[in-house]
Ligand binder design. Structure first.
Ligand code: HEC
Ligand code: HEC
Length: 98
């Protein structure tokens, strides 16, 4: 069968759609917020306030995670507190708690 020009258009469209599916279905590999002594108060905020709790918790992350004496971010970290308000929870998910 000879593939006509308009068929190529559809083939490329399908490949692109599959590509997008593949790109967004990848498993989340960014480290989760540890559920330990340092972070348990944030788990409590999330348990109490859901998404609002997460947003509230984000304001406190730079108390420890900062570039000036705190726990530094990896050098290739996508953004730093000095870049403005940060939504840590968008990338660093909370672990499922029982
Ligand atoms: C009281 C200080 C403190 C605060 C506040 C804090 N952290 Fe941490 N965080 C730490 C310390 C210490 C470590 C390294 C040891 C550990 O895993 O607890 C750490 C490690 C991490 C890690 C890396 C975990 C890993 O697997 O390597 C992530 C992600 C993280 N914190 C996210 C957050 C987020 C998001 C917030 C705000 C909701 C936050 N932290 C607030 C002290 C803090
Ligand atoms: C746009 C996504 C994004 C946002 C927003 C973000 N991070 Fe990250 N963070 C990453 C990625 C990607 C890494 C690389 C290591 C990984 O896979 O966890 C990382 C690494 C870290 C690490 C080191 C983990 C380790 O031990 O290797 C810490 C701590 C951390 N982030 C804390 C935070 C805190 C606190 C905030 C909010 C102030 C924040 N991040 C916001 C994407 C993000």
């Amino acid at each position: 069968m000879k593939i006509a020009k308009k068929d190529w258009f559809f083939i490329i469209l399908i490949v692109a759609v599959l590509g997008i599916f593949f790109a967004i279905s990848g498993e989340v590999t960014t480290k989760k917020v540890p559920n330990d002594e340092q972070h348990k108060r944030f788990y409590a905020m999330v348990a109490a306030g859901g998404l609002d709790g997460m947003k509230e918790a984000d304001k406190h992350c730079p108390e420890c995670h900062n570039e000036t004496g705190g726990i530094p971010f990896p050098s290739k970290h996508p953004l730093k507190p000095k870049d403005g308000p940060m939504s840590c929870h968008l990338c660093h998910k909370y672990q499922a708690t029982k």
